[in-house]
Ligand binder design. Structure first.
Ligand code: ATP
Ligand code: MG
Length: 478
């Protein structure tokens, strides 16, 4: 049975007339076929899939043209002069996929409008901005709004792969090509075939990797390590960096030709401190999100806390704001206050004073201030994962964590340990340090609860009123 060959030259010039013709051929075949073999059915399925993809590509192109013409319409005036709400509404009306990106700041809307135009093309996009400004989220937005949205989105952190493994990680390897290469393995580019590859921290890619990447951009093919065979890849590249690539290329650390190749479309995400108008919206978004996750009511904030959060500099940008709201939602009752902030950022207190304050908080409704109940937060400079049991860290930042085997489960374990510890401390605070009461309320076995307290080095007596604490023996083992 012969229909049309989707691989024939000429198919790339898609038009509605061409598509209708192909659909007609398909219909005629089906109408006159009195018996179809399995192989014929599969062939028909493949052809209808190709048709579906072509229809999607056409519709994406149409949206692209529509977006471009709408933003050029003179009666609407320049986008910047329109109200942010209107711009967001216009994006929504064009079925733009936000992927959870929140905010009405003009700079963010600029970035989203560029993403909208870039999405249906296969042009490389370079996103830059400080850590936590939403670069990966923006890359996902670009992927979700393009014709590759139902194909893989593969994220690679170029800064987390050891230099000697980067080539194999990106392009794969042949069995035996180096010690430890026990089997043939495909790389990230092959995994992202037909989809999008997100090259995070591209500024950290060593020069040898840069040369190889340039070749992929030029020839659209890769070679696995240890193989001469070129493998064609059709992958859209979105790269991100928190460094100044232009400056790096002037210093000879980053290839200039690669910089120009990658930055055909350039999206800049400003730091949160430059778009403070976003903060209230992000508060309510993350408060609701955290409440839903923790199955509780969204927290309220005291005016002091709100004032602080509205004016804080957020060196970790939106990620830091999100983590703070989650922390507050976990540690505070109905209303969160500045005392629930991590010690190192708490306003108006030196670290020592803040630690003392933390001890007071830990023994809410009591006057106990035993240093054992102090929960110091991670210093701002502490990046990467330090087990909370050892460091008392409250703020987990995985940005510096190398992407090594087992790292994800480590991250999960540490995050879960952190939440467990915070939950136990909050529980003890609420029950005035009575373990049996906490066990009853949580419907937990008391000895299991004591084991957990021991694991985290939590002493229930630190949460009791001083007189009661003095009268009682250490809770462990009782
Ligand atoms: N505009 C936004 N609306 C809602 N959430 C956002 C927004 N921007 C970022 N986020 C959230 O903030 C967190 C950090 O975002 P993301 O990982 O994309 O940042 P990044 O710039 O890639 O950071 P890094 O450079 O450290 O890798 C994520 O949880 C993301 O969902
Ligand atoms: Mg990132």
């Amino acid at each position: 049975m012969k229909l049309y060959n989707p691989g024939l030259p000429g198919n790339s010039a898609m038009s509605y007339a061409g598509l209708i013709e192909k659909i007609e051929i398909l219909r005629t075949t089906l109408r006159w076929a009195n018996r179809l073999e399995r192989a014929d059915i599969e062939k028909l399925l493949r052809q209808s899939n190709v048709l579906r993809d072509e229809v999607m590509q056409l519709s994406h192109k149409e949206r692209f043209i529509k977006a471009a013409s709408e933003s050029n319409e003179s009666d609407e005036g320049p986008a910047r002069e329109r109200l942010p709400g209107e711009r967001r509404q216009a994006l929504l009306a064009r079925s733009f996929v936000f992927e959870g990106t929140f905010g009405d700041n003009p700079e963010l809307l600029d970035a989203l409008e560029v993403a909208e135009k870039a999405a249906p093309t296969d042009l490389p996009v370079l996103i830059d901005g400080e850590s936590g400004t939403g670069k990966e989220l923006m890359a996902k937005v670009i992927h979700a709004n393009g014709s590759r949205s139902d194909k893989p989105f593969i994220s690679v952190n170029c800064g987390a792969i050891p230099e000697n493994l980067i080539e194999s990680e990106l392009f794969g390897h042949k069995r035996g090509s180096f010690t430890g290469a026990a089997t043939d393995r495909k790389g990230k580019f092959e995994s992202a075939h037909k989809g999008t590859i997100f090259l995070d921290e591209i500024g950290e890619l060593p020069l040898t990797g840069q040369v190889k990447l340039l070749r992929v951009l030029e020839a659209h093919e890769i070679q696995r390590v240890g193989s001469d065979e070129p493998i064609p890849v059709d992958t859209r590249i979105v790269a991100a960096t928190n460094r100044n690539l232009r400056k790096l290329s002037e210093e000879g650390i980053f290839r200039e030709d690669l910089f120009y190749r990658l930055s055909v479309i350039h999206v800049n995400l400003p730091p949160l401190r430059q778009r403070k108008d976003e903060i209230p919206l992000l508060f309510s978004y993350f408060c609701d999100e955290a409440a839903e996750m923790m199955k509780r009511r969204p927290i309220r904030m005291t005016p002091q806390l709100r004032e602080f959060l509205l004016n804080y500099r957020y060196p970790g940008n939106i990620r830091e704001l999100r983590n703070l709201i989650y922390r507050l939602s976990c540690l505070a009752g109905e209303t969160a206050d500045v005392v629930h902030l991590p010690v190192d950022i708490r306003p108006g207190a030196s670290v020592d004073a803040a630690r003392a304050a933390s001890a007071v908080t830990a023994a809410t409704a009591t006057t106990a201030t035993s240093p054992a109940s102090v929960v110091p937060a991670a210093p701002a400079s502490l990046h990467g994962l330090t087990p909370p049991a050892a460091s008392g860290a409250r703020h987990i930042d995985v940005s510096g964590m190398p992407l090594l085997p087992g790292a994800l489960s480590d991250a999960r374990r540490i995050a879960s340990d952190e939440a467990e510890k915070a939950f136990l401390e909050k529980g003890l605070r609420e029950v005035g340090g009575t373990v049996s009461e906490l066990a009853r309320r949580c419907e937990m076995n008391r000895s299991h609860l004591q084991m957990l307290l021991k694991k985290h080095g939590i002493h229930s007596k630190d949460f009791r009123a001083p007189r009661k604490a003095a009268a009682d023996e250490v809770e462990y083992g009782r």
